[in-house]
Design a protein around this ligand. Sequence first.
Ligand SMILES: Nc1ncnc2c1ncn2[C@@H]1O[C@H](COP(=O)(O)OP(=O)(O)O)[C@@H](O)[C@H]1O
Ligand SMILES: *[C@@H]1O[C@H](CO)[C@@H](O)[C@H](O)[C@H]1NC(C)=O
Ligand SMILES: *[C@@H]1O[C@H](CO)[C@@H](O)[C@H](O)[C@H]1NC(C)=O
Ligand SMILES: *[C@@H]1O[C@H](CO)[C@@H](O)[C@H](O)[C@H]1NC(C)=O
Ligand SMILES: *[C@@H]1O[C@H](CO)[C@@H](O)[C@H](O)[C@H]1NC(C)=O
Ligand SMILES: *[C@@H]1O[C@H](CO)[C@@H](O)[C@H](O)[C@H]1NC(C)=O
Length: 669
Amino acid sequence: MFLVIVLTVTLLANTAASHGTGDFTYSSFKTANLSLDGLAVLTGDGLLRLTNVTKQKVSHAFYPDPIAFKNSSNGAVHSFSTTFVFAIIPEYPALGGHGFAFVIAPRREIPGARPNFFLGLFNETNNGNATNHIFAVEFDTVQNNEFRDINDNHVGIDVNGLTSAKSSPAGYIENSVQGFRNLNLISGKAMQVWVDYDGVQKKISVTLAPVNVNKPSIPLLSLSCNLSPIFKETMYVGFSSSTGSLYTSHYILGWSFKLNGQAQRLDLSQLPRLPHRKKKQKYNLLTTGLPFICLFILSILVFAVAYVIRRRRKFAEVLEDWERDYSPHRFKYKDLYVATKGFRDEELLGTGGFGRVYRGVLPTMKTEIAVKRISHESRQGMREFIAEIISIGRLCHRNIVTLLGYCRRKGELLLVYEYMPNGSLDKYLYNQPKMTLSWSQRFRVIKGVAYGLSYLHEGWEQVVIHRDIKASNILLDSELNGRLGDFGLAKLYDHGTDPQSTHVVGTLGYMAPESTRMARATTSTDVYAFGAFLLEVTCGRRPIEVWKDNDVILVEWVFSCWDKGDILEARDPNLGTDFLAKEVELVLQLGLLCSQSQPTARPSMRQVVQYLEGDLALEEFSSLGISRSGFPFACHEGFSTSGRSYPFYGDNAFSQMSSVANSVLSGGR
Ligand SMILES: Nc1ncnc2c1ncn2[C@@H]1O[C@H](COP(=O)(O)OP(=O)(O)O)[C@@H](O)[C@H]1O
Ligand SMILES: *[C@@H]1O[C@H](CO)[C@@H](O)[C@H](O)[C@H]1NC(C)=O
Ligand SMILES: *[C@@H]1O[C@H](CO)[C@@H](O)[C@H](O)[C@H]1NC(C)=O
Ligand SMILES: *[C@@H]1O[C@H](CO)[C@@H](O)[C@H](O)[C@H]1NC(C)=O
Ligand SMILES: *[C@@H]1O[C@H](CO)[C@@H](O)[C@H](O)[C@H]1NC(C)=O
Ligand SMILES: *[C@@H]1O[C@H](CO)[C@@H](O)[C@H](O)[C@H]1NC(C)=O
């Protein structure tokens, strides 16, 4: 297409081979009629674009008509004057192509011309040869030592070759201050050039200035030079340019020429607009993009740091020096977090008085665990407490839930236990349980718990008091053996409280009457609680229940059954008929025996085991001398049916409870 245009243009030029008047003005090349070759094009915007992004190519744009430069009578070259506006837009701001030249040549094409630093004007063989008859003003943006270029940003007057007859760094002398101002040819900004030849003085002058700046009165270059031997009769005027390996666009925005006179001033307002500076934009994108990229990287960094800190905080633990000894029992919070899938609600086994219990699987050993999270702000007593539960954890008994270890965090203690797949015993007893236990299963559980507690009391080098025996703290392993769990925890809450205050922790209905007065746990308070446990397992009721709007105190009720001579009436109806009357009777009586308000009257756990195993015969109660006077006590409270642990306060509470107990006692029978 382009070639066709060039051809037609050339053809038209040829057909109208009349000698031009040598006077033309292009404020825009929109309707221009130029002879183009190589990369040169006229853009739709009216620009003459000499080069585009194709590498190693030349381009030429000539005014189509030949101009008769010489006086036919004496052969002298006429004065002429030309002015044009150009812009060089490089792809990379600091790296230009090779530049371009205003050229006056004998033909509209320059055969054999080479790209690169030859600027589309010459080649290796003809450079500098007088037979070229080429006059050029170069705007050179690459320093080439071969042609003795002064720098990479200069203007030069070339005659037949690229070694300039005269050259100067690009710039202008300002009219007002007469100072030299540098101009950067590849700045992408439009600049105006004036080339004037004085045919009388035989002097050529070249002037450069930024567009919008008036023509400086002192030219950049002026050279005395007789063009007569160089010029032929007729010559063509135009531009030449070339590309190298770097992309640079050379544009001519407007151009006027006049032989024998002053070239017409260019109407700068009429000049076409330069294209959006894509390459510059790319660079701008980079410069404006850079802060964004930095910001992006920075924010990623901030996020990463925040993530690490959050993770650290999330998995932060409290570890004190004294805990070194227990390091084998120490778990990493992160491991527990992973094991319980982040303490998901789905893994929640239950909520007890001390906190939530989660099921988990240790990733390393694939063992199932139960993790109890206890919120605990005070560090007081923590050391003793951990020492104690670790030492208990060391004791291995088939009726004790093994403590595998612990972990401490700020305000929180995590205890890791063996997982008991069958959960806690209370689930099988009250409130129309989904599944009940047969008598033989219950009896097995009772014996197991008795063994476990007896072991804590006497089988270990130190006396360990459980403090919180109740059905919900008895856990069932896979074989439905009863196992003691939760020992020692009540003590954690005891610790650090003022010994003067009678702050006691335990569970209502399981607490021996003396514990409210003395605030001291002993083996016999454990026995008392065990008694309550025996009764609840056998009767399937809580120690205190609201029944038909009355508080029913289990001990009292069992006692009354016994008193009536039918203790078996107290048994859990869910047992059906599949039970051994002797065993049920034994357990109920033993329960009563343990529930006596006088601590010394209660048996020891060792004796309890012996009774249960039949090694020691339990005499008739009446012969033991037990009467109502043995239970004037017992069952205080009466307000709560939940069986929940919570502290209550000493004497005051006790007196209140006694009165309740009294009223119950007096009204109960
Ligand atoms: N080692 C364990 N294995 C399986 N389940 C357990 C274990 N420990 C506790 N649980 C479950 O978590 C619930 C709450 O436990 P816990 O805090 O001991 O209750 P409480 O404080 O009321 O005695 C229990 O009812 C039981 O179902
Ligand atoms: C282009 O130039 C040729 C030869 O000089 C001329 O015949 C033709 O009319 C011109 N066309 C235009 C559109 O100026
Ligand atoms: C550059 O210009 C030439 C001649 O007009 C053309 O053939 C070529 O496709 C152009 N290249 C690009 C990349 O525009
Ligand atoms: C050409 O040269 C002759 C003799 O020197 C002179 O008289 C004449 O004016 C010149 N013509 C032009 C157009 O300059
Ligand atoms: C250089 O250009 C001339 C024409 O000016 C041509 O004859 C010659 O073959 C060219 N040489 C090379 C090496 O291209
Ligand atoms: C200049 O070119 C001509 C013909 O192209 C050639 O005969 C001549 O030797 C060249 N001169 C020099 C100095 O290279």
